[in-house]
Design a protein. Structure first.
Length: 47
């Protein structure tokens, strides 16, 4: 019984640490005009 409890506790502890949230804002890294050319021959949205 102790062995099962220890294994379950270890799995819970490892799972709890894996679910951290990043506080870094990723929006500044997005380039919405990527893929367009100088003369506007490529549409920047979904096709």
């Amino acid at each position: 019984m102790k062995k099962i409890f220890s294994v379950l506790l270890a799995c819970f502890a490892l799972g709890a640490q894996a679910q951290t949230h990043s506080s870094e804002k990723l929006v500044p890294y997005v380039r919405p005009i990527i893929g367009t050319q100088r003369m506007g021959h490529v549409y920047p949205g979904a096709t």
